[in-house]
Write a protein of this length. Sequence first.
Length: 544
Amino acid sequence: MFGTMQDEQLSLATLLRYASTFHGDATVSTWTGEDVRTMTYREMGQQAARLCHALRGLGVEVGDRVATFMWNNNEHMVAYAAIPAMGAVLHALNLRLFPDQVTFVANHAEDKVVIVDGSLLGMFGGYLPSMKTVEHVLVVGADPVELTAPEGVRVHSYAELLAAQPDTYDYPILDENSASGMCYTSGTTGDPKGVVYSHRSNWLHAMQILTNASMGFTWNDTVLAIVPLFHANSWGLPYAAMMSGASVLMPDRFLQPAPLLAMMKQVRPTFAAAVPTIWGGVLAQLEAQPQDISHLREVVVGGSALPPSMMRAFKDKHNVQLLHAWGMTETSPLGSIAQPPRGAEGEQEWEYRYTQGRFPAGVRARLVGDDGSVLPNDGEALGEVEVRGPWIAGSYYAPDGNPVGEDKFDDGWLRTGDVGKISPDGYLTLVDRSKDVIKSGGEWISSVDLENAIMGHPAVAEASVIGIPDAKWDERPLVAVVLKEGAGAEPAELREFLSDKFAKWQLPENWTFIDEVPKTSVGKFDKKRLRARYADGELEVRTL
């Protein structure tokens, strides 16, 4: 027996029509350095139609990949709406990948057109000759003659091309399982791997974001989207905003603490999202130049674990709640979010907030031990986290038909590479990445727990922990510390600071002081580079 419901496809074209019609007065605004330039959702719909006509005129067909090489701004939001709606596939290129990785993913995806921000022409011009499938480049906010293109590639003015197009478009009816967008993993090991999102997965992911158990923003909110649009669907913010009618504030290239606070002061967003390193900088700026940011009702933070001390500081000093979330490119990316359960108060509420959060209804999760057995969700057992669901990747993009990354999938489950535990009420606590956990004398030491505790010391700005070889214990932790400007601390003092938080055998005896923790393309601590620096003898290690 089947239901009697209509078989309406979950299309992002439907979402675009809805947002531009019924939330037409909502806005997308881009910070210029001193002010904002704003368009309404109604205008976004018109610009999206013009972009679709322009791309169609350049030969873009259903299924063709159209890339962006842009900051978070109005034009990028138009591309997010238009490209999937016309049936093409949005491929947001990660500006922070290494040059050979950028060209690798463009060629692997077989990008046909690239929309490029004018401020990035110098960088992009170095990549373009190696992009084998690109036929057209649309330049936003600059004279296209500034870009020297190889033979066979035509360069256009985005503004002039769109100005000549109609402002309505007859969007095709698409199968909801057809591709809408793609992002590539950051490629910390091997080549980046392509994840292809569908109209259905993006739609369901956006619906989950809007529940009160998740981010829960509405048309009364203004969302400060600091997380890049090229990073894992910008955590789903663009489509969730369009679905709810929330306005969006885009920071463009102004991602430093001072301009972020300037735009907050002027626009007063109610919601924001970014990685911990961004908020660490904002907190330091606020200490130097106090400012009311209590207009932020909630701030979602993902990418890596937040130090509890930072969460407390934002709440106690600025009345802003930082909210942990967990996910990855392969999970669209929302996998869990740390809204505390009903009745949790005081310290119990904080304990829930320190976790990576509760899994939503659309994400099934399990823990798998080293022997392949499924472990209990008792809040104690540690294993690799595996997930599955309608917005979870089931494979990687393989244009030649030869599967890649098959070791990341286990009988229909995505192996996340994260080691953690799950409570009986469905809250995930991560202790480390499987490649980063430190095995000392047969016991595990969590590098994440050590990092978060050390960053609670008043003299410490950042800290990253890696395992280094040890003749007796196989591995021991090495702590790389970045001190706050003008502050001082010795290894013995920092170790003593940890003494009431860890067992004696877990306390690190190896310390090094560095100017900055290396970061990945998405702002996470790059422990691979830190290990390389240690192996090359570049770190001055002090052993207690």
